[in-house]
Write a protein that binds this ligand. Structure first.
Ligand SMILES: *Cc1c(COP(=O)(O)O)cnc(C)c1O
Length: 337
């Protein structure tokens, strides 16, 4: 099977497993795992920020950040398609007791103007708007990237209104590579950044939350409360260190492969709108001969695993385990349908 369901399906490569097996480890709840400490230092240094914390998942890093930045009854502003709202089990309400103000963005991206309009006035009837959460790249936006200037404008609005700014950067590496941006740019504008090592970077487990020393100290308490304090987590951290060193620049290959597949799709009569392909995700509409689940089933018969994300839309995600010959085979299958 050529598995395009998600960039989370990757297996660790032999050299990554080697790095994991050789990892120096200790008890990370005591702060004594040298590999975790190394990974955390590496991450906050990359962004030019003060501190970082290694967690089991991106859901946990996002939820810890939201918990750190809000009080119960506060309101979080985000795009209506955001992972923090759509795919974290109602965690904003469950963990933080906060409400959500959803914005109808453009492929998962919101503007400073929209944020400004969504901020509640200082009125006892209203929840306190305390946090804006952005997602880059935007998963349900088909891997859409923000223009950095738009993020800066949102930051201005946050500063003027005393709101914190969080980044769900599960696929930030894809955005950095696609837009030729730097980690430091992001470190300068966000109060907290969550990155996933288990998506494009191809590790088995792990996400990192990055922020100020004070924020991360608070995050450490909350990680423990959420049950995310791990012991000899260095085996997993070592995979992250390896991935940061070897798997970032290669994301450009995934982006090129996604373009090639999108080009093949463009010619087909059963393909409707293809969202602009900016990174490693292709979301396309289905019309005519197939419904999305029917096409997904048809492709599966040919050894190609994709996801129908709605009755009329399919998602393809390119990743580390998709090799040039897989792309070629996929294009051949698309051409034959
Ligand atoms: C995958 C993902 C996360 C985190 O998911 P986990 O499965 O909990 O690691 C967060 N945000 C986005 C946009 C994602 O795609």
């Amino acid at each position: 099977m050529i598995d395009f369901r998600s960039d989370t399906v990757t297996r660790p490569t032999p050299p990554m497993i080697d790095a994991m097996m050789r990892a120096a480890v200790g008890d990370d709840v005591f702060g004594e795992d040298p590999s975790v400490n190394h990974l955390e230092r590496m991450c906050h240094t990359l962004f030019g920020m003060e501190a970082a914390i290694f967690c089991p998942s991106g859901t946990m890093t996002n939820q810890i950040a939201i918990k750190c930045h809000t009080q119960p009854g506060d309101e979080v502003i985000c795009d209506r398609l955001s992972h923090v709202y759509q795919y974290e089990g109602g965690g904003i309400a469950f963990n933080s007791g906060a409400s959500v103000r959803l914005i109808e963005g453009d492929r998962g991206r919101i503007t400073a103007e929209q944020v400004k309009e969504a901020i509640n006035p200082n009125d006892v009837h209203k929840p306190v708007s305390s946090l804006v959460s952005l997602e880059n790249t935007a998963n349900r936006g088909g891997g859409a990237c923000y223009d950095f200037a738009d993020i800066q404008s949102i930051k201005e609005v946050c500063l003027q209104n005393n709101l914190k700014l969080h980044l769900d950067g599960a696929r930030l590496f894809n955005a950095l590579v696609a837009k030729n941006e730097t980690f430091r740019q992001y470190g300068e504008v966000f109060d907290s950044i969550s990155i996933c090592l288990s998506k494009g970077l191809g590790t088995p487990v792990g996400s990192v939350l990055i922020g100020t020393r004070q924020l991360i100290a608070k995050a450490r308490r909350i990680r423990k409360i959420f049950g995310g304090g791990m012991r000899q987590a260095g085996f997993m951290a070592a995979a992250g260190i390896y991935a940061l060193e070897h798997h970032v620049a290669r994301l450009a290959d995934d982006h090129r492969h996604a373009q090639e597949i999108a080009t093949a799709l463009r010619g087909k009569d059963f393909v409707g709108e293809i969202l602009p392909v900016e990174t490693n995700i292709i979301i396309f509409g289905i019309k005519g001969r197939y419904t999305a689940p029917e096409l997904a089933a048809r492709m599966k018969e040919e050894g190609i695993f994709v996801i129908a994300i709605s009755p009329t839309q399919i998602r393809i995600v390119v990743h580390l385990d998709i090799h040039p010959q897989d792309v070629k085979k996929t294009i051949d299958v698309i051409n034959s349908l």
